[in-house]
Ligand binder design. Structure first.
Ligand code: UT7
Length: 330
């Protein structure tokens, strides 16, 4: 029988060395540990320095995942890098491919902000389901500290940097049980990192736009409302597609944006706190990295075991949101 099912067989992650706690942030902007921890659940975040790059973090996470899968980089057919903060606007996936020596793999970037890992998971799965590829490396990685306004207390307290990587392999049983992906560009202005054009006349009569990106701008209240309403909907839809009830879910694994959002979604779905994975306390919101980073820790801690059913959901800029129900491991 042809192997056109998906198994998520291994995971790895990497984060910067330097941590910044809430106390440290209160020396930069007018905030407090009390405000940040009670409103978000975040206590510290890791921040990349100039020696650390998206490519270096993503490569480190990928090497850990490859080692766990017990395969080599040359076995990889495809590398998908979900990121909104590439080292190179032309794409960073190819640099990672080069660093890994994954000579057989085609590599490309995919941008879907904090939904990037879920969108990437579903995209990768299509290549396996059609029988085109057998071994895929999916990375979620972001360095939002590059793009945060460090004078804006409404945003700078929220984000951190990191990378997580999973290996998807062709299998005779499909472990991606159901998914639902959504976008709503009409709400783009709620959360963006947009290009600011600056006119530059290059010759009389010809003016081009040579600007830069503005720091992250967010309407926190709107995004909060959106997440709490839309995330349960896509999880329920995905469970319906998977033909399983919510009681069969072993772990709820949401994009790690805010503990209050995680708690509200769990409550709405009637998933008890002991089934909820959360590590944002130590990392803040790491965008596309947050789901694989939290999953990696939960696997290494022995919480998530092979055969466990995970309901995962990402949500954020775009706006984009999505959910995937999958069984962990082989
Ligand atoms: O990954 C992308 C997804 N992003 C998200 O999921 C973010 C979703 N939104 C949130 O998590 C929350 O809306 C925030 C944590 C961003 C904000 O929490 P909030 O309870 O919605 O606070 P708020 O924006 O309503 O602000 C309340 C007050 C304001 O002061 P006033 O106007 O009441 O006097 C803010 O100016 O808190 C003030 N404030 C702060 N105070 C101390 C805002 N940021 C801070 C801060 N420290 N860092």
């Amino acid at each position: 029988m042809t192997n056109i099912g998906i198994a998520i067989t291994a995971i790895g992650s990497a984060t910067p060395k330097v941590s910044l706690d809430n106390q440290g942030l209160s020396q930069i902007v007018e905030t407090s540990d009390e405000w940040i921890s009670s409103r978000t659940g975040i206590h510290q975040r890791k921040l990349a320095n100039t020696a650390e790059s998206l490519c270096s973090m993503a490569t480190q996470a990928s090497l850990a995942a490859l080692a766990q899968a017990n395969i080599t980089a040359t076995d990889i057919d495809l590398i998908i890098l979900a990121t909104s903060t590439p080292d190179d606007l032309f794409g960073t996936a190819s640099q990672i491919q080069g660093e890994l020596g994954a000579v057989k793999a085609v590599a490309f970037d995919m941008t879907a902000a904090c939904s990037g890992f879920i969108f990437g998971l579903v995209t990768a799965a299509q290549f396996i389901r059609t029988g085109v590829y057998q071994n895929i490396l999916l990375i979620g990685a972001d360095i939002l500290s590059r793009w945060v306004d460090w004078e804006d207390r409404r945003t700078c307290v929220l984000f951190g940097d990191g990378a997580g990587a999973v290996i998807l392999q062709a299998s005779n049983r499909d472990r991606l049980l159901g998914f639902e992906l959504r976008s709503d560009g009409s709400q783009n202005d709620c959360l963006n990192l947009s290009y600011q054009p600056q006119p530059k006349q290059i010759i009389e009569g010809v003016t081009v736009s040579q600007g830069t990106y503005k720091p992250i701008s967010m309407n926190g209240k709107e995004v909060y409302r959106f997440a709490v309403q839309k995330v349960p909907e896509v999880i329920e839809k995905s469970l319906f597609r998977a033909n399983i009830g919510v009681e069969k879910v072993d772990w709820l694994l949401l994009h790690q944006a805010n503990q209050r959002i995680i708690d509200a979604v769990a409550k709405r779905l009637e998933i008890p706190p002991e089934k909820v994975i959360s590590n944002l306390r130590n990392y803040g919101n790491t965008s596309a990295a947050s789901i694989p980073l939290a999953l990696d820790e939960a696997v290494r801690e022995g919480k998530v075991k092979p055969g466990d059913i995970i309901a995962a959901s990402g949500f954020g800029a775009g706006l984009t949101w999505g959910a995937a129900i999958f069984e962990w491991g082989v």
